[in-house]
Design a protein. Structure first.
Length: 297
């Protein structure tokens, strides 16, 4: 039975995953190499819990319980001793993830399940960095994690039915809707989403329309809650680029080749909401306003 959770990475996805597990009553060890990152992650969780309280969907006592369920760590080995499930939510970088999974495999208990929140990288390849490929699986949460219902559950080549069933059923206890997905580059969500975002950037690059015009067409014409360029900013343009590169390398199909504008923006450090500028301008006040709107739905 899964009780003790370890989440690796206190960034946007990691703190959201930790928040979600902790609010559902799980004990969570949140790991990051930087104490500063842990402090930021816990501050974000606190702020988001306050937004849920303001909507009348949480009490102060439940907030305290949720925060009490989270223990921060800066050392992986010290955090995983009693783990039943470790969820890796580090940067979308294959080399880094393989290194982390090797360490997870070394330090975690024998029966512990190792999961990755990767957006696109092969679970089979990640599992090969361990000696427990049958216990390696993908749990691709959507951002913002406490709000979005979907979790893609990705089976690697060697993922056992027992592991899959345990994670599938546990995801339901988080109030999520798990969907079974096989191990191909981009899985389902990003295999469909990223070409749309890339084509939106291509449309801008070719001068067909401006940023707000493209987003307005998709919001009002296709009933999308957020335009693709704003969504790219929210995801992070560096993450979008990394996912497209994985799919391009995996499929060798030019339709997944990142647009030059996206490449240049990432090289220039224009990463979207997290850097303060992407396709839109994000001052601190505007950044807080946009995030607040996500939690008010």
């Amino acid at each position: 039975m899964i009780k003790n959770i370890v989440v690796i990475g206190a960034g946007t996805m990691g703190n959201g995953i930790a928040h979600t597990f902790a609010q559902s009553g799980f004990k969570v060890n949140l790991v990051d190499v930087s104490q500063e990152a842990l402090d930021r992650g816990l501050k974000t969780i606190t702020t988001n819990l306050d937004r849920i309280i303001a909507k009348g969907n949480l009490t102060e006592e439940q907030k305290a319980e949720t925060l009490g369920n989270i223990t921060p760590f800066t050392t992986l080995q010290n955090a995983v001793g009693s783990a039943d499930l470790i969820v890796e939510a580090a940067t979308e970088n294959q080399e880094l993830k393989l290194k982390i999974f090797g360490q997870m495999d070394e330090f975690a208990p024998e029966n512990c399940i190792l999961a990755s929140n990767t957006s696109s990288i092969s679970i089979t390849k990640i599992a090969a960095a361990t000696k427990r490929a049958d216990k390696v699986i993908g749990m691709h949460f959507m951002n913002p994690v406490p709000i979005m219902k979907l979790v893609e559950i990705i089976k690697g080549y060697s993922t056992s039915k027992e592991t899959f069933d345990a994670i599938y059923e546990m995801s339901k206890t988080l109030g999520k809707v798990p969907v079974e997905v096989n191990d191909y580059p981009g899985f389902v969500a990003n295999r469909i989403l990223m070409p749309m975002i890339n084509e939106s950037i291509e449309t801008l690059y070719n001068g067909v329309a401006g940023v707000e015009e493209i987003d307005t067409v998709m919001k009002l014409g296709m009933a999308h809650p957020m335009g693709p360029l704003q969504l790219a900013d929210f995801i992070g343009l560096d993450v979008c680029l990394a996912i497209l590169n994985v799919m391009y390398d995996g499929f060798k199909n030019p339709k997944y080749a990142p647009n030059p504008l996206l490449v240049n923006m990432v090289m220039a450090g224009k990463l979207g909401i997290k850097s303060g500028e992407g396709f839109y301008d994000y001052s601190e006040s505007k950044k807080a306003e946009k995030v607040a709107k996500m939690f008010s739905k």
